[in-house]
Write a protein that binds this ligand. Structure first.
Ligand code: APR
Length: 277
């Protein structure tokens, strides 16, 4: 108990400093009103829901060659093979459930005015855990979206896809009859413009008091940049990951634990502290 309290004190005070500077000591009562939060997640957050990571021990890229499955060239070469892989992943995600890490992030989002989750995950577990769409950016797309490879047509309807998937049909665009593809970002492709704008607008509106980075190898530079830029003003940068990442040396707090254990505890500490007073 003492350990948790000391951690709580250190965590909240550090997270509060910028807010305290802006609002004097009135912030004790409604910490979530003044705290600005950014959460960045990766495949590790869905690992405890049974979704393999990419570069972890049984990660997808240990068993499959990404250049054969997750590039526009791979799709042009063998769309059937690519669709079969994404359909297998869609089915695995349909059978999965959000875990306590997803639920903790959703609780924090619901309690914090200024909040944004940027996830690299294309699964829908954050959404199913109840995070409001306006507080989440899926920067690598959504696996349940089907988009035309020729025109701008796209749709996201769960059931329709399910039927076609049973028939192993490669869905064609109902507008231009071109092949359709999963609505995810493949290697070598640009990030979705609108989603990128949403991230940058959030970052431009001010530094965050609390940045949580969970379950990612932070392989992509933009993830590192967003975490560091957002915590630039003395904000807390918490890394939740059993392993070291390029961001570890910048973190103000390292939690080398599974996300489903560490994230609920962090949010409980913040929530209890806010409410108790
Ligand atoms: N809790 C927290 N972290 C975990 C857990 C867990 N239970 N299990 C694994 N991890 C960590 C691993 O230590 C690793 O650092 O999650 C990370 C998973 O890293 P990757 O497999 O590289 O996944 P991610 O960082 O999301 O990959 C980024 O790369 O392949 C592309 O587009 C794909 O979005 C993906 C992107």
């Amino acid at each position: 108990m003492w350990q948790a309290e000391r951690e709580l004190a250190t965590l909240s005070l550090a997270a509060l400093k910028p807010a305290e500077r802006r609002f004097g000591n009135r912030c004790f009562f409604s910490i979530f009103t003044f705290v600005r939060v950014l959460v960045l997640t990766g495949a590790g957050v869905s690992a405890e829901s049974g979704i393999p990571t990419f570069r972890g021990k049984d990660g997808y890229w240990r068993n499959f060659d990404p250049s054969k499955l997750a590039t526009p060239e791979a799709f042009a070469r063998d769309p059937q093979l690519v669709w079969e892989w994404y359909r297998e992943r869609r089915q695995r995600i349909r059978n999965a459930r959000p875990n306590p890490a997803h639920e903790a992030v959703a609780r924090l989002a619901q309690r914090t005015n200024e909040f944004l989750l940027v996830t690299q995950n294309v699964d829908d577990l954050h959404a199913r855990a109840g995070i409001p769409a306006e507080k989440m950016v899926q920067i690598h797309g959504d696996i349940f979206v089907t988009r035309c490879s020729g025109c701008d047509f796209e749709r996201r309807d769960y059931e329709h896809e399910y039927e076609q998937e049973q028939e192993h049909v490669i869905p064609r665009c109902s507008k231009c009859d071109a092949l359709t593809r999963p609505g995810v970002v493949w290697f070598g492709e640009q990030l979705p413009w609108n989603e990128l704008q949403r991230v940058e607008n959030y970052l431009d509106r001010g530094a965050s008091d609390l940045v949580i980075i969970a379950g990612t190898t932070a392989t992509f530079g933009y993830i590192v940049d967003w975490a560091l830029w957002s915590s630039r003003d003395g904000g807390e940068l918490i890394e939740v990951n059993p392993e070291e990442t390029p961001l570890s040396r910048f973190a103000t707090r390292l939690l080398r634990e599974p996300a489903a254990v560490a994230l609920p505890r962090i949010v409980d500490e913040l929530t209890n502290w806010g409410v108790a007073l």
